[in-house]
Design a protein around this ligand. Structure first.
Ligand SMILES: Cc1cc2nc3c(=O)[nH]c(=O)nc-3n(C[C@H](O)[C@H](O)[C@H](O)COP(=O)(O)OP(=O)(O)OC[C@H]3O[C@@H](n4cnc5c(N)ncnc54)[C@H](O)[C@@H]3O)c2cc1C
Length: 388
C-alpha cells in the first residue's frame, strides 16, 4: 500500500474491484477479444457497482470520490490484460462523461450523465478526423445553426466505442472561418438520421470497437450544444490534462503487470539447471524495469494528487503520458523477451500486452505533439489556462 496516497478505504475498494474483475470480466475476455466487442451486460454490471460514477457528482447518481479511486479503477483495468476492454470502459467514463459533467446543463446531465453512470447508456468522444487528428483546430466537420437546430456534416475516425455507443460527444466547427474559436461541442443521439459508422480493423485493442463515423446532414436541437458556442477547443484542451494522465497511469499499470508476470514466470522456468530468476543478467534487467515502472508510478501519483487538489496540471500530465507510455512499450518489449518463445505465443499474456501498449504513444495526443506542448511551456514559457 502506498499510504501517502491510498487509505484503507482505497485499498478495500481495490480488492473488491479486483475480485469483481476476476469473476465478471476475465472469463469473457478471450471471447470479446475475438469478437471485437464487449457484451452489453458488463456495462450494466459496472453501472450497478458504481464504477462509472466514481468521480461524478452525487446529485446525478455518482459517488463524488477523490481521484485515487479513479487511479485504482484504471490500474486494475490494465491488469486484466485487455487494453481494448479497458479502453471501452475508461473512454466512456473519462472521455465522453467528462464532457457531459463539465459542459452539460442539468437536462443533459439527467438524460445522459445519469444513465451513463448506471451503465444504461454508453458514450464516445468524437474529435479525430480522417484528414488529421493532431491538428485538432484544423477539423473540418461543421455544425451550422439553422433556426432552432444545428446541422452536422463531416466525418470522424478512430473513435473508441464508435459503433456500439448510444450517444456521441461531437466536436464540430460552428464557425468554419475561425480556427480555434469556431469549434463547439454537442451531444448527439446515435439513432439520429444521417449517422453511419464503420468498424475498423487494428493491431491491438481488439476487444474495443474503433470506428469511422460519417455525419450526413444530421439535425440536432440547439439545446444539444454543450457549454458555450465557440468554446469547444478550450474545453477539449482543458480535459486533455485528465485524459493524458489517465493514459500515463494506464501505462505504468500495464508495465507493472508485465514485470510482475515476468518475475513469476522466471521463478518457475528453468534453463541450465536453475530457474531464470537466478541469472544475474536477467535479475539486473528486472531491477532496471521495476525501477522505471516505479519512477513513472510515483510521478503519476503525485500529479493525480495535484489534479485532485484542483491544480491545472497540463504540462505534468503531458510529461506523464509522454514518458510513461514510452517506458511501458520498452518494459513490455523486454518482458516478452524474458519469456523466450512463450512470450510470442497468444496463450501467454505478453503478445497481447505488446500489441495493446503500442497505442499509448499515439492515442489522445501523439508523443510528437506532447513534445511540442511541453517545449512551448518549458522553452517559450507559454502558460495554458483552463477554459472559464
Ligand atoms: C485505437 C485508437 C483509438 C482512438 N480513440 C479515439 C477516440 O475515442 N476519440 C478521438 O477523437 N480520437 C481517437 N483516436 C485518435 C488519436 O487520438 C489520433 O490517432 C492521434 O491524435 C493522432 O492523429 P492522426 O492519427 O490523425 O495522426 P496525424 O495527425 O496524421 O499524425 C501523423 C504523424 O505525424 C506526427 N505529427 C503531426 N503533426 C506534427 C507536428 N506538428 N510536429 C511533429 N510531428 C507531427 C504525429 O505525431 C504522427 O506521428 C484513437 C486512435 C486509435 C488508433
Amino acid at each position: 500500500m502506498n499510504s501517502m496516497y491510498f487509505t484503507e478505504e482505497h485499498e478495500s475498494f481495490r480488492q473488491s474491484f479486483k475480485d469483481f474483475l476476476q469473476k465478471e470480466v476475465v472469463p469473457h475476455i478471450d471471447k470479446w477479444e475475438k469478437e471485437g466487442t464487449v457484451e452489453r451486460f458488463i456495462w450494466k454490471k459496472f453501472g450497478e457497482m458504481g464504477y462509472f460514477g466514481l468521480n461524478q457528482p452525487e446529485e446525478y447518481g455518482g459517488l463524488g470520490l477523490d481521484l485515487f479511486y479513479t487511479v485504482i479503477f484504471l490500474e486494475e483495468l490494465q491488469k486484466v490484460n485487455s487494453g481494448g476492454f479497458a479502453a471501452n470502459m475508461w473512454a466512456h467514463a473519462y472521455l465522453a462523461m467528462t464532457h457531459l459533467n463539465k459542459e452539460g446543463d442539468d437536462r443533459i446531465k439527467r438524460e445522459y450523465l445519469t444513465p451513463s453512470i448506471e451503465g444504461d447508456k454508453i458514450g464516445c468522444l468524437c474529435i479525430t478526423e480522417p484528414f488529421g487528428g493532431s491538428d485538432v483546430a484544423g477539423m473540418r466537420t461543421t455544425a451550422i445553426k439553422k433556426g432552432d437546430t444545428y446541422v452536422i456534416n463531416g466525418s470522424k475516425t478512430f473513435i473508441t466505442n464508435g459503433v456500439y455507443s448510444d450517444y456521441l460527444v461531437v466536436a464540430a466547427k460552428t464557425n468554419p472561418e475561425d480556427k480555434h474559436k469556431g469549434m463547439s461541442i454537442f451531444i448527439v443521439d446515435r439513432d439520429t438520421p444521417g449517422i453511419s459508422s464503420t468498424k475498423l480493423d487494428k493491431l491491438g485493442w481488439r476487444a474495443s470497437d474503433t470506428a469511422e463515423i460519417a455525419f450526413d446532414n444530421v439535425v440536432i436541437p440547439v439545446e444539444n450544444l454543450m457549454g458555450e458556442e465557440g468554446k469547444g477547443f478550450p474545453y477539449i484542451m482543458q480535459h486533455f490534462a485528465l485524459e493524458r494522465l489517465v493514459m500515463g497511469i494506464n501505462a505504468h499499470a500495464r508495465a507493472e503487470y508485465a514485470v510482475e508476470y515476468a518475475i513469476q514466470y522466471m521463478s518457475e522456468r528453468q534453463a541450465f539447471g536453475k530457474t531464470l530468476d537466478k541469472f544475474q543478467a536477467l535479475r539486473h534487467k528486472i531491477a532496471e524495469m521495476a525501477s522505471r515502472v516505479d519512477m513513472c508510478k510515483e510521478y503519476n501519483y503525485s500529479i493525480a494528487k495535484r489534479l485532485n487538489d484542483g491544480v491545472y496540471v497540463v504540462k505534468e500530465a503531458s510529461m506523464s503520458k509522454l514518458l510513461s507510455t514510452k517506458m511501458a512499450d520498452e518494459v513490455i518489449y523486454d518482458a516478452l523477451q524474458l519469456l523466450g518463445g512463450y512470450g510470442y505465443m497468444e496463450e501467454y499474456p505478453m503478445a497481447r500486452l505488446l500489441r495493446d501498449s503500442r497505442l499509448g504513444p499515439i492515442g489522445g495526443g501523439t508523443s510528437e505533439i506532447l513534445k511540442e506542448i511541453i517545449a512551448k511551456m518549458v522553452i517559450d514559457k507559454k502558460e495554458y489556462k483552463p477554459a472559464t
